[in-house]
Design a protein around this ligand. Structure first.
Ligand code: NDP
Length: 405
């Protein structure tokens, strides 16, 4: 019997809960808890109607370790899946340690008051999890997550050594809104407005943020989506891949943005709406980016009229048996198909499905260990197989296109 506790009932939480409910042979009991219980109840009601599976719900403030401990001790799950916000990663890890429960998440910890993306805080839990014989799996969404697994699978089966990796994330979808973000607006805007970094010849190279006139971008011809302007961006999986893929000379991350999105974001930044420090407003302290989040469409609601596809993958250049080769592994996910299946757009879907598969790997003993792991440290084979079976099929092709130097 495997009981899981899912924390967070947003766009991703909805997908994780529904995908787990599709596999009652593994996930025999599901509890969804979040700050707003009504959102958990709505997901539970849909799951009852779709799959005739009963999901229990609870309210929790995941910033509070005592509240989490009380919840986890009451539920007694084998695994906690954290799909709340990155701010809650450490409190949830602390509560898992206190209760003796394994942990999985999809995004690295971020302090609320500075947009700082790094694994140091969570890697510092290595000894605590190892000493208690518990397993914490970090970053098991799509990117980070599937992109890391594409890298470890390519290294295992197609390369003796990999010299360069380019991760390309394309959303060629149209949700019909003038401006919206595809996952939590606060987290998304913090991520895309930061200074860009990529890894080259043993060190991090900084380049201007995507809103700067001098930012680095090029047009890439994506399978099924066609040519899209793709911008160099810092993304958290590069930090762990540099550590875990030996001999890497360069790794970069590219994401597509439409001109309308960039223009809106530029204006919002220029007028101060993306600030994350508190400002006085009529005697109240408000954080402009949080206020902006309240005005923007809920990412979970975007799916209704979303058309088009996401195309996310990795291009490798490396050597096998003395021969140089370039390969491209990617997944294409259709927004409307994701919505038909689980009432979510493809960005939530591509994050929630890998979180379910990672949980399945842990509960079935395919992934075992004591300590803190990034997913590329775990065997990729069955995970790759499950992607094909559970909604995110991938392709591998020889790559003969052009990338910037
Ligand atoms: P949403 O904003 O849609 O959902 C977040 C959920 O967390 C909401 O239910 C929210 O509750 C809940 N929450 C927030 N704070 C607390 C708290 N203190 N206590 C309890 N619950 C809380 O975000 P998404 O679903 O879009 O994203 C979820 C996670 O997935 C994020 O960490 C995001 O970074 C990550 N992600 C990872 C990706 C990947 O590929 N690896 C891609 C996309 C997202 P309430 O509704 O009350 O605010």
């Amino acid at each position: 019997m495997s009981r899981i506790l899912i924390i967070g009932a947003g766009g991703v939480g909805n997908v994780v809960a529904k995908k787990c409910a599709q596999h009652p042979e593994v996930f025999t009991e599901i509890v969804v808890a979040s700050r707003t219980r009504a959102k958990c109840d709505a997901i539970a009601a849909e799951i009852k109607q779709l799959y005739n599976v009963t999901v229990k719900t609870a309210e929790v403030d995941a910033d509070s370790v005592p509240q989490l401990v009380a919840l986890i001790n009451g539920v007694k799950p084998q695994l906690v899946i954290n799909v709340a916000l990155p701010y809650q990663d450490l409190t949830i890890m602390d509560a898992c340690l206190e209760c003796g429960v394994n942990y999985l998440d999809t995004a690295n910890y971020e302090p609320q008051d500075s947009a700082h993306f790094e694994y140091s805080w969570q890697w510092a839990y290595q000894d605590k999890f190892r000493d208690k014989g518990l397993m914490a799996v970090l970053g098991c969404g799509f990117d980070p997550g599937v992109t890391n697994i594409f890298c470890s699978w390519a290294r295992k089966h197609h390369y003796d050594s990999i010299q360069t990796i380019d991760i390309l994330d394309c959303n060629a979808g149209d949700h019909g809104h003038p401006f919206a973000t595809n996952f939590n607006p606060e987290i998304n805007i913090r991520e895309v407005t930061q200074t860009v970094r990529h890894w080259r010849d043993g060190r991090w190279i900084e380049t201007p943020p995507i809103l700067d006139d001098n930012c680095v971008h090029f047009s890439f011809d994506y399978p099924e989506a066609g040519p899209r302007e793709s911008y160099l961006l810092y993304h958290e999986e590069m930090e762990s891949l540099v550590r875990h893929i030996d001999g890497l000379k360069r790794i970069r991350f590219w994401m597509t943005f439409g001109q309308a999105y960039l223009t809106h974001l530029k204006v919002l930044e220029n007028v101060g709406m993306t600030r994350i420090d508190a400002v006085d407003y009529e005697g109240h302290k408000i954080i402009p980016l949080r206020f902006l989040k309240a005005l923007l469409p809920d990412p979970g609601s975007l799916g209704t009229n979303y058309t088009g596809k996401t195309v996310i993958g990795c291009i490798f250049d490396g050597v096998k048996d003395g021969r140089q080769s370039r390969k491209y592994i990617y997944n294409v996910c259709d927004h409307a198909e994701a919505f038909r299946e689980v009432q979510a757009q493809a960005v939530s879907y591509t994050t929630g499905v890998p979180a379910m598969i990672g949980a399945m790997m842990m509960l079935t003993g395919e992934w075992q260990g004591a300590g803190v792991y990034n997913v590329e440290q775990l065997d990729p084979d069955r995970f790759m197989d499950c992607l094909n079976r559970y909604g995110l099929p991938w392709q591998i092709v020889d790559f003969d296109g052009q990338l910037p130097d």
